[in-house]
Design a protein. Structure first.
Length: 246
């Protein structure tokens, strides 16, 4: 397997991180006609989304052309549930920016046959892709999307059981562990690897170990984000704390 060194953009503090990421992401969005983009949920991108809205929210002609592709989603939540990532991204970015509902390809959390639902997504990407910009966060256990440790580098879109650590980490958004579903959908590592460009966003000292393993550890499904080192087109935007620097 070929190995590449991702482009690492080192930022200072939280403000510099959000400013820099918003600037780079916007530059890429505006360089593509009908960009197909995955946006992550989580705390990491929140300030980035605020800046995109503050600085470019009025640029409706651009947002109207954006095609949003769900990166991951909980399984089994009813339509409209605030925990759905599709709702989250709507609240934090897409609704406010004006990305049309018809431009959003999302998982049906309540699909009767999850395997079929995952297949539907994979087929949709085959017909409408490639993903132009995969924007990803990094889990403390090295996951990207919901590709938990153990995910094969050639995995495709599928249902996956969330690890106890991931459920714990996500519980803070909803107040308690029992509010976090046990199963999720995720685009696979192979699916994400086919993107034209990948941004990995990493902020905070609590991500330092995962980022270190991503950059310098062995290439292994135990740290799913190491798959990014097999790709030539990855930009990692990280702050000093995540890079283990003072
Ligand atoms: C969740 C999401 C990921 C996200 C990660 C990091 O598990 N499924 O897409 O990147 O957590 O979240 P945070 O930014 O809150 O640390």
């Amino acid at each position: 397997m070929g190995e590449f060194m991702p482009d690492i953009i080192r930022t200072d503090d939280a403000q510099d991180f959000a400013d820099t990421a918003a600037r780079l992401i916007w530059a890429r969005i505006t360089s593509i006609k009908n960009p197909l983009i995955t946006f992550p949920t989580g705390k990491t991108p929140l300030d980035i989304y605020s800046r995109l809205l503050r600085d470019h929210g009025g640029d409706k002609a651009v947002w109207e052309k954006v095609r949003y592709l769900a990166l991951d989603e909980y399984v089994g939540l009813p339509e409209g549930d605030e925990r759905l990532f599709a709702q989250w991204l709507g609240r934090e970015l897409l609704d406010r920016a004006g990305v049309p509902a018809s431009n959003r390809m999302v998982f049906n959390s309540l699909a009767a046959d999850p395997a079929q639902e995952a297949k539907r997504m994979e087929q949709w990407i085959a017909a409408n892709g490639p993903i132009d910009i995969a924007i990803l966060g990094l889990g403390e256990n090295g996951h990207i999307g919901f590709n938990e440790p153990g995910s094969a580098f050639d995995s495709v879109t599928r249902q996956i059981a969330l690890s106890p650590e991931t459920r714990e980490a996500n519980a803070r958004y909803w107040g308690s562990l029992d509010k976090v579903p046990e199963q999720a959908f995720t685009l696979g590592l192979k699916t994400l690897s086919s993107a034209r460009h990948v941004f990995l966003l990493v902020s905070g000292a609590h991500k330092a170990a995962a980022l270190e393993a991503t950059l310098h550890g062995p290439l292994t499904p135990d740290v799913p984000a190491t798959v990014l080192r097999t790709l030539p087109n990855v930009t990692i935007i990280a702050d000093k704390a995540a890079l283990g620097l003072k």
